[in-house]
Design a binder for this molecule. Structure first.
Ligand code: NAD
Length: 520
């Protein structure tokens, strides 16, 4: 017996249809309702087609699909009184006034039902505030497309009862999806975690350190993400992403770590929305992004001797490729610094090197060169080993060009960026890890759910806390402290969760002991 055998879905749009398909497929009786009769008819027909398609693909049997379709009824009075409904899931337009009116009426019409909202950005507590008994109200935030996105954020409001929370979690598990419990705070969990990547990528773009295509390549190949931030924003549409960036930042009373870039509002005004408008960060021809070709450096191990500051695996790899590598600076060699949380030119000064004959390499990418990553191939499938080279503005052009050709003899892809306050991959990784650590510090979710939410909701191969562990909490902290020191921008303030675990050499997934753990 499902935890909620009889369900009413209110709103037969994109989400209401998906929720109906999932719940009916899991054995619940579902009443799909909407104020629009057309929406109800189209919605029911759509769900029926989807269930038949699932059977045709072998994801379910024809008999199970027919049984699920048989469990679906339709209605055009979403607030019709009933004693039979156990759970109502609201998926109507994203407006607080509309949802509050609906919940006030539903709470009287369905006296036994748990009242759930699928809102993605409104406060559950605010929706519940109009209901006589707010302990019955909870957030069930499904993701689009519902049957494929196997995660549901379960969001108790301030007054939601523990029984309602437990039943809602059990319901999600019964459908085969994974519940991730999040506090009722701006963006809940997954949308908050999704801020770390685009905000820092946009800052890098606005500072003219690298272009969108190069930032996307760095993020895919050095941080293992399937899509770069600009591809992703073009896919969602900047008219959707920009308001989310703004509302979450404002929701946290302007926390600088979530501060959006200045350029997105301008791009929205210009109609550069992405795929849907034919141009965003990329231009589209018949829906296909026109990605500018990568500049390839001609590999030449004899182009110039390299002085690899600090030696390490980069020096060994270059020697193996026939590059002359020295341990100290010389008149003939170009020095290569590997800066962590600082500009390459500053690392050159710190090492007493001539800034005209010094370039940088992001050390974050170096382990990939030794980890069996493919070093050939083009854009698209899989991750290429990629070296991010940093060109300080002081570097002599001829010396810099020769150094890049010598580095290209490694056979990996090479991106050359300008010298920002820290290498690009470091900035973006640190931002992703810091936002997740901030969520853990505020107790918005437990550390396992934070990583689970990012994997299932954002498609990250590793959760951001596990990513921080793999790079090293101390290195992430060093990047943030370096950025804060150099820029003076509180955007780079490390969360206490990260700082304490780096200091104690603990995993970022290590849960905190709570005061009540010491009692009883
Ligand atoms: P939609 O526009 O596709 O569908 C909304 C439906 O609600 C329409 O059919 C409309 O007729 C109906 N409706 C409007 N007011 C109503 C009322 N008072 N009573 C009954 N029906 C009413 O919208 P959607 O994309 O399905 O989004 C619905 C909700 O889910 C929103 O709160 C949204 O923020 C949230 N959400 C959307 C997504 C997404 O990717 N689309 C993802 C997660 C959450």
């Amino acid at each position: 017996m499902p935890p909620f055998p009889r369900i009413r879905v209110v709103g037969a749009g994109t989400m209401g249809r998906g929720i109906t398909q999932l719940a009916a497929g899991a054995g619940c009786s579902v009443e799909l309702t909407d104020v629009s009769a057309t929406a109800v008819d189209d919605g029911a027909a759509f769900v029926s087609r989807m269930l038949h398609r699932a059977a045709a693909k072998g994801l379910t049997t024809a008999a199970e699909a027919e049984a699920a379709i048989g469990r679906i009824r339709t209605g055009t009075d979403p607030t019709a009184p009933s004693d039979d409904i156990d759970l109502v899931v609201e998926a109507v337009v994203e407006r607080l006034d509309v949802k509050q009116r609906l919940f006030a009426t539903l709470s009287g019409a369905l006296p036994r039902a748990v009242l759930a909202s699928n809102t993605s950005s409104l406060s559950i507590t605010a929706i519940a505030s109009v209901v006589a008994d707010p302990s019955r109200v909870i957030g069930l935030h499904f993701f689009n497309p519902v049957p494929l996105m196997k995660i549901v954020e379960v969001v108790p409001g301030t007054r939601t009862s523990p029984d309602v929370l437990a039943a809602a979690r059990a319901f999600v598990e019964h459908t085969g999806h994974t519940p991730v419990q999040a506090k009722d705070s701006p963006g809940f969990l997954v949308n908050l975690l999704g801020r770390g990547l685009p905000t820092e990528a946009l800052a890098v773009l606005d500072e003219d350190v690298a272009d969108a295509a190069d930032i996307d390549r760095i993020v895919r190949d050095m941080l293992y993400l399937k899509m770069g931030p600009f591809e992703l924003m073009d896919l969602s549409g900047l008219d959707v992403s920009h308001p989310v960036l703004e509302s979450i930042w404002k929701g946290f009373y302007g926390d600088e770590r979530l501060r959006p870039a200045g350029s997105t509002q301008v791009r929205v005004s210009a109609g550069l929305l992405g795929r849907k408008s034919g141009e965003g960060f990329y231009r589209y021809a018949d829906g296909v992004p026109q990605v500018p070709a990568e500049h390839a450096a001609a590999p030449d191990p004899t182009a110039v001797p390299l002085h690899i500051v600090g030696g390490g695996p980069l020096a060994d790899l270059l020697r193996a490729r026939g590059v002359t590598v020295s341990d100290g600076p010389s008149d003939s060699a170009v020095s290569v610094v590997q800066p962590l949380g600082r500009p390459a030119y500053l690392a050159a000064i710190e090492h007493g090197l001539d800034p005209r004959r010094t370039i940088g390499v992001d050390p974050l990418g170096v382990p990939l060169l030794t980890a069996g990553y493919r070093v050939d191939g083009g854009e698209g499938e899989g991750h290429r080993a990629r070296l991010a080279v940093i060109a300080p503005f002081t570097v002599d052009r001829d010396a810099g060009r020769r150094a890049v050709r010598a580095l290209a003899s490694l056979g990996c892809a090479i991106t050359v960026t300008a010298d920002g306050p820290a290498p690009v991959a470091q900035r973006i990784a640190a931002s992703m890890v810091n936002v997740a650590s901030m969520a853990a510090e505020k107790g918005l979710a437990n550390p396992d759910d934070i990583d689970r939410g990012a994997r299932l909701g954002l498609g990250y191969p590793l959760g951001p806390l596990a990513m921080g562990d793999s790079i090293g909490p101390q290195r992430i902290l060093a990047i943030l402290d370096g950025l804060l020191d150099y820029t003076g921008d509180p955007r780079y303030r490390a969360s206490g969760w990260l700082r304490a675990r780096a200091d104690l050499r603990l995993s970022l997934l290590d849960p905190a002991a709570r005061p009540h753990d010491l009692l009883g």
